[in-house]
Design a protein around this ligand. Structure first.
Ligand SMILES: Cc1cc2nc3c(=O)[nH]c(=O)nc-3n(C[C@H](O)[C@H](O)[C@H](O)COP(=O)(O)O)c2cc1C
Length: 484
């Protein structure tokens, strides 16, 4: 059967899906997708998978796709990050039987994507993208789709979208933020950009960004003319967003934990979900935050949920009419509701007061802050800084190492040759010399062996038959080398 394309693919294969759950690393796992589908989501994406790892590692394939399937979890789009056409297609071929389409991530703005050269860091490499999509379109039995971020200029964004369409992309998700708009600098997504792309291409377009309520979905579709709307953070804070409901958090949690029981996932994912879902309530019941961070089993987490439910129910029962909530919290902190990301200033304040949530927010916040410092502070350094705010990473304060005369690596402090260990070993061996600083004793061992041999008449006889000093030395060197 020929592969369906564009609108036909969207209408028939994706059943005209309007409500879409975004690809989310560590968060759009099978259990969460099933929960979201029960509450109105019509299409889900897997978390981003690394094409190269997917191709080379059978366990990665099993853990992240092959063992994470169930019939209710369709239609499903598998997302990859990749920067090599061959690798991308190989990975996609291994995944295509488990999904309705393969998506190429062209939106990830994090430091890790910068280092790995994928996601939004490919958005200037039009020739490469063209090649990747063309090849995938030609070789795969399922359609290829893309998820992009916008450029600051609407014109350039439109040209970019058209190029992807021309290469064979059958559905485009446009996240209306630029690569630089992330974390505390995320701001609002531009529906103007999305609308312009939608008008300029002849394939279905999904809008992404700024979706917190069902009313946002409707407004976005109406203002931009897109065919569907994708939600990430809005969905994490309220998986019933697409139903237009705001259920109490413990009910959503109970349902999610039941699904996880049936379709297990790492406990760290579960914790991260609950930190988001309970975000507002955990500001009131701070102790539960620690209990959640410490819980080691699903049962432990279910117990914390029970405790949270009891406390909230007691609070509701004791609420006096007209009483204002404390600390700027929402009126009903116990219902699933959006979390508005703080700007740079508020973020500093919040980090100081809440410390680490032990889970997703802390981790994402760290990743998101890449931008301000992305060229100087790595993610690990940012983590260190969070633990120790006074830590300085000024390169001028770093201890200076003297360099090996030969290769430029740090030299051994006490090396007699001013070399690093590797270079020193080669030289000391060649010259039958010692370097006590590196613990290399070729000369000493050689002399000892000569002494020992001089006391052994048999050895002396053998040596006399040997041709000369040079050969003997070489033989001894071999002996020494194998000992070392
Ligand atoms: C926890 C988390 C993980 C994410 N992982 C991915 C990913 O794997 N692939 C991707 O294309 N985008 C990823 N994103 C970005 C979202 O898909 C989405 O584009 C972005 O959050 C904007 O949508 P929103 O305003 O609804 O949150 C992630 C976002 C979050 C919050």
């Amino acid at each position: 059967m020929p592969k369906l394309q564009g609108f036909e693919f969207w209408r028939n294969t994706l059943r005209g899906a309007h409500y879409v759950v975004a690809p989310m690393v560590d968060q759009s796992e099978l259990a969460w997708r099933l929960l979201s589908r029960r509450h109105g989501a019509q299409l889900c994406y897997t978390p981003m998978l690394h094409a190269q790892v997917f191709v080379r590692d059978a366990n990665y394939r099993k853990e992240n796709l092959y063992c994470d399937v169930c019939p209710e979890d369709r239609p499903l789009i598998v997302q990859f990050c990749a920067n090599d056409p061959e690798v991308f297609v190989q990975a996609a071929l291994l995944a295509q039987d488990y999904c309705e389409a393969i998506d190429l991530n062209l939106g990830c703005p994090q430091m890790i994507a910068k280092r790995g050269h994928y996601g939004a860091f490919l958005q200037e490499e039009w020739a490469l993208l063209q090649k990747m999509i063309l090849l995938a379109h030609e070789k795969l039995s399922v359609p290829i789709t893309c998820k992009i971020r916008v450029f600051p200029e609407i014109d350039k964004t439109v040209k970019y979208a058209q190029l992807l369409e021309k290469a064979g992309c059958q559905l485009l998700t446009v996240h209306g933020r630029t690569k630089e708009q992330k974390g505390s600098l995320a701001g609002v997504a531009s529906w103007e950009h999305i609308k312009a792309v939608r008008k300029a291409v002849s394939i279905p377009v999904f809008a992404n960004g700024n979706i917190q309520y069902l009313s946002d979905v409707e407004e976005c579709m109406q203002k931009t003319g897109v065919h569907g709307v994708m939600s990430a953070e809005g969905n994490l804070h309220n998986p019933a967003l697409f139903e237009g409901r705001n259920p109490v958090v413990w009910e959503m949690t109970e349902e999610y934990l039941e699904i996880v029981h049936q379709y297990p996932c790492p406990l760290s994912y579960v914790r991260a979900h609950l930190f988001k879902l309970w975000h507002h309530t955990l500001q009131v019941y701070q102790q539960l935050r620690e209990e959640l961070a410490k819980a080691k089993t699903l049962k432990g987490i279910a117990d914390v949920n029970r405790d949270l439910k009891l406390r909230c129910q007691e609070e509701i029962a004791n609420q006096k009419e007209g009483e204002e909530p404390k600390g700027g919290l929402p009126f009903f902190h116990w219902i699933c509701q959006p979390y508005i990301r703080p700007g740079p200033k508020e973020l500093c304040k919040e980090n100081r007061t809440s410390g680490s949530e032990g889970g997703m927010r802390g981790k994402r916040a760290l990743e998101d802050e890449d931008d301000g410092n992305s060229d100087t502070l790595s993610k690990n350094k940012q983590k260190k800084k969070l633990r120790n705010p006074n830590k300085r990473f000024d390169p001028s304060l770093k201890p200076k190492y003297a360099k090996c005369d030969h290769c430029g690596n740090p030299k051994g402090n006490k090396c007699v040759f001013n070399l690093c260990r590797g270079c020193c070993k080669k030289r000391a061996f060649k010259e039958i010399a010692d370097c006590p600083g590196h613990g290399l004793l070729f000369k000493t061992k050689y002399e000892k062996s000569l002494l020992w041999k001089s006391g052994q008449p048999e050895m002396q006889k053998i040596e006399r038959t040997q041709k000369g000093d040079v050969e003997e030395t070489a033989g001894l060197k071999e002996g020494i080398d194998t000992v070392l």
